[in-house]
Every structure is written in structure tokens, then in C-alpha cells.
Design a binder for this molecule. Structure first.
Ligand SMILES: Nc1ncnc2c1ncn2[C@@H]1O[C@H](COP(=O)(O)OP(=O)(O)OP(=O)(O)O)[C@@H](O)[C@H]1O
Ligand SMILES: [Mg+2]
Length: 343
């Protein structure tokens, strides 16, 4: 089992408190997502044939990626010309039709600018497919951790924007919805980007409707993904919104460092990102060691220490001292509002 912080250290306390980095809520800017109208339309019920046509019969060239639940294909809906992403769930271990449909209906009623929209579904025979809005730039993982040669790395301000949008998507799930929805599987592959690098959360709720216990992709579906999982959740299985905050802290560290939550190609002491970052995050003289070398020094120092302070608070071993997601949104919002000159 991977423990992010050793047990004798109760938590990581940064030198800056959340109050130092949180701006008054009144100063929220154009990224504000509160009080948005729920403008989602109910998910459409597609026939298997429609989705087969859309994906050229699930042709290999249409594959966008593959995760623990199955393959994702790019498709074009014949009737409307709409470009979509079609996720074909693995057949083994699927839940019954009823549960699948209840979940789909629930998801189709969640609507927010930072959640990937569920366009529809198909549950014909033993097929289970989900149809999502197509996200042009793919996942954050593609741009941060699996960067293809010759592709430009994400610059600092885009990283902050992605962090803010991700927090705003979580804020909607945690705070706008009553009772709150716990995302459970926050990680860079579940943060998708549109052509302008606006970020949206995907797969919210999918942990419930997909097959359970996939062995190859994640250690345990119930436990989320190794490396992102809050220590108390890993120990006890007890899930709260604060488990999501911990995973959010790991994503923030990935955005800062360009390193994977768990990278088996690195040497032992660097294998686990949170553990590697733990000592550095407490020493301002070591902050620069944490920064993604691909940024080539192009980041505002003050912004870095504020984002590190937020990450450290989110990663507190004691779940009760982790900030709420709206505190995180307010803190990041202030960084977007008052960009500090680079270098
Ligand atoms: N709506 C979408 N638009 C564009 N690309 C997508 C979309 N959904 C998924 N993808 C691509 O497909 C890949 C696989 O997604 P998928 O959610 O199946 O797996 P994952 O996120 O890597 O793992 P997990 O199954 O644990 O969520 C993503 O990393 C992304 O590149
Ligand atoms: Mg996913």
C-alpha cells in the first residue's frame, strides 16, 4: 500500500494559511460558475446501430483512448453531424440495466460548464455505451505527462486555468448539489480539455456504473486510482468530500511538477510524487526543485508559492484541515485575476 505521508507526521502545514491566499468572494471574476442555469437536456437513448455508424463500426482509427471501463471512440452522429466521444463499457462485470439507466439519468441532470456533458447512452442487449461531448484537446494527462515529442508544454497560466476549472467542476459537485456528490476518481486522465484548454471533469459517477474490480488499469475501482487516493480512504474505505480534496492536491502537484502521481520509471525515492514533494514543499528554498523543467523557469515565483501552499493544505494527512473546494476556487481565482509578471 502506498502511504503519501508517514504516519507520525500528522499533516503538512505550509507557512502560508488559506486566508493569505484567499481573496474575498466578491472579487470573483469571469470564471465564476455559481448561479448558472441548469440547461442540460435529458440524455438521448441511442441505438447500437447509430453508434456503430458514428464510429465507423468501432474502427481502430477512431479510438481516442482506453481506460479501466473500456475503449473511447471519436464519432460523428449521422442525424445531427455532432462530433462525440463514445465509451463502450467492457462487457464483463456490468451492472443491470436498471442501475445503468438510473445512473445515466442522474448524470444527465448534472450540468456545469466544467463537467463533460453526457449526450446520451445505449443499453441495447448486453451493450452499454455512453456518449459524451467531444473534447478536442484530449486529457490533461496527454498534455502534461504524455507529451508527444515536438508538442509545446502547457505554460504556467494555462496550468492555473486548468487547476481553477477543475476546482470549479468539483465545487459544483460538492457544494451546489445537495447532498454533495463525491467525485472519487479525480486524476489528470479524467480532466479533459477543449480547443481553448478549458478544462472539464469526465467520468463523474462512472465509478458506480462501470464494471468493478478492473485489475489492469487501477488497483481497485472502489479505491479510486493509486497515487491519488486519500490516506484515510485507502485505510478505512471511508469516503468524504475531503477525499476528493486530497486527490485534487495530487493533481495540483502534477500540474506544478509535470510528474506522475506514481511513476514506476523513477528511482524509489521519486516514485511516489506526494512523498517526493513532501520535504521540498516545506522549504521555500527548494520550491524551484519542484517545478516542471519544461517550464524553463517561466513562472511567477509568488504564484508558485501560493499554489504550493494550496497543494500542501489539500494534501494534509488530517482530512479535517483540508480546505473546502470553494476556498480553493477563491484562492486560484485571485491568481487568475491578478497575474503576477513572469520571472
Ligand atoms: N469526451 C472525450 N473527448 C475526447 N477524448 C476523450 C473523451 N473521453 C475520453 N477521452 C480520451 O480517452 C482516454 C481514455 O478515457 P477513459 O476515461 O476511458 O480512461 P482513463 O481516464 O484513462 O481511465 P479511467 O477508466 O480510470 O477513467 C482519455 O484519456 C482521453 O484521452
Ligand atoms: Mg476517464
Amino acid at each position: 500500500m502506498l502511504h503519501p505521508f508517514s504516519e507520525n507526521k500528522k499533516r503538512v502545514l505550509p507557512e502560508v494559511t488559506i486566508q493569505d491566499v484567499v481573496f474575498p468572494l466578491a472579487k470573483r471574476n469571469k470564471y465564476d460558475t455559481r448561479n448558472h442555469a441548469n440547461n442540460n437536456v435529458e440524455a438521448r437513448n441511442f441505438t447500437f446501430k447509430e453508434l456503430a455508424i458514428a464510429t465507423k463500426n468501432f474502427k481502430e482509427e477512431c479510438i481516442l483512448g482506453e481506460g479501466g471501463f473500456g475503449r473511447v471512440y471519436k464519432g460523428k452522429l449521422e442525424k445531427t453531424g455532432e462530433i462525440v466521444a463514445v465509451k463502450q463499457l467492457n462487457r464483463e462485470g456490468k451492472q443491470g440495466n436498471g442501475e445503468f439507466l438510473v445512473e445515466v439519468m442522474m448524470l444527465s441532470h448534472l450540468s456545469h460548464q466544467h463537467l463533460v456533458k453526457l449526450v446520451g447512452y445505449c443499453s441495447e442487449g448486453d451493450q452499454r455505451l455512453l456518449v459524451y461531448e467531444y473534447m478536442h484537446a484530449g486529457s490533461l494527462e496527454n498534455h502534461l505527462l504524455d507529451l508527444l515529442p515536438g508538442k509545446p508544454p502547457l505554460d504556467w497560466s494555462t496550468r492555473i486555468k486548468v487547476a481553477l476549472h477543475t476546482a470549479q467542476g468539483l465545487e459544483y459537485l460538492h457544494e451546489t448539489n445537495k447532498p454533495p456528490i463525491i467525485y472519487r476518481d479525480l486524476k489528470s486522465s479524467n480532466i479533459l480539455l477543449d480547443k481553448d484548454f478549458n478544462a472539464k471533469l469526465s467520468d463523474f459517477g462512472l465509478a458506480k456504473i462501470g464494471p468493478v474490480g478492473d485489475k489492469a488499469h487501477v488497483t481497485s475501482r472502489v479505491m479510486g486510482t493509486v497515487g491519488y487516493c486519500a490516506p484515510e480512504y485507502q485505510r478505512t474505505g471511508r469516503l468524504t468530500v475531503k477525499s476528493d480534496i486530497y486527490s485534487y492536491g495530487v493533481v495540483l502537484l502534477e500540474l506544478i511538477t509535470g510528474r506522475r502521481a506514481v511513476d514506476l520509471t523513477r528511482k524509489t525515492e521519486e516514485l511516489h510524487l506526494v512523498r517526493w514533494a513532501e520535504t521540498r514543499i516545506k522549504d521555500p528554498k527548494k520550491y524551484s526543485e519542484l517545478v516542471d523543467p519544461l517550464l524553463d523557469g517561466h513562472y511567477p515565483r509568488a504564484s508558485l508559492s501560493q499554489v504550493l501552499a494550496i497543494a500542501a493544505m489539500c494534501l494534509s494527512t488530517d482530512a479535517s484541515v483540508r480546505p473546502s473546494i470553494s476556498d480553493v476556487v477563491a484562492a486560484l481565482d485571485s491568481l487568475v485575476q491578478d497575474p503576477i509578471p513572469s520571472k
